[in-house]
Design a protein around this ligand. Structure first.
Ligand code: FE2
Length: 133
């Protein structure tokens, strides 16, 4: 499935929302590549782009939380670490296969897209609300 940035994902924080849009674009590029038979090397490249942007975005979010002394930062960082681990596992999956399989795309849906939706709606929104206070 393609990820969609709609109002349900808005946190109201311009920096966070802008980066989430970019993140979702990177996810969709990966999904499209897999669905259109982009092959192993192309899929690895798209996953690398996603991993790099994830690092950049999580660092920005964590920096923001530090700046405002957000009380939930430890737990939030833990969630980010979990996501990075999921992306690392996707890398391993790709490395072991000839190319992106249906199981790989399924793992992207579950461990990237669905995870991100839940994370944004709960954890990131809590940060945005705290910043606004
Ligand atoms: Fe976050």
């Amino acid at each position: 499935m393609q990820a969609i940035f709609d109002d349900s994902l808005k946190t109201g924080n311009e920096l966070i929302d802008g980066q989430h849009k970019e993140l979702i674009d990177k996810i969709n590029n990966l999904v499209t590549c897999c669905k259109e038979g982009g092959g192993k090397l192309q899929a690895i490249k798209m996953l690398d782009y996603l991993a790099d942007y994830t690092d950049f975005h999580f660092s920005a979010e964590e920096e923001l939380q530090e700046k405002v002394s957000f009380p939930g930062i430890a737990e939030h960082k833990q969630k980010h670490a979990e996501f990075k681990q999921a992306v690392a596992e996707l890398h391993e999956m790709l490395a072991e296969e000839e190319g992106p399989t249906d199981a790989f795309v399924e793992a992207v849906n579950k461990n990237v897209i669905e995870w991100l939706y839940v994370h944004i709606k709960g954890f990131d929104r809590a940060v945005a609300e705290f910043v606004q206070k």
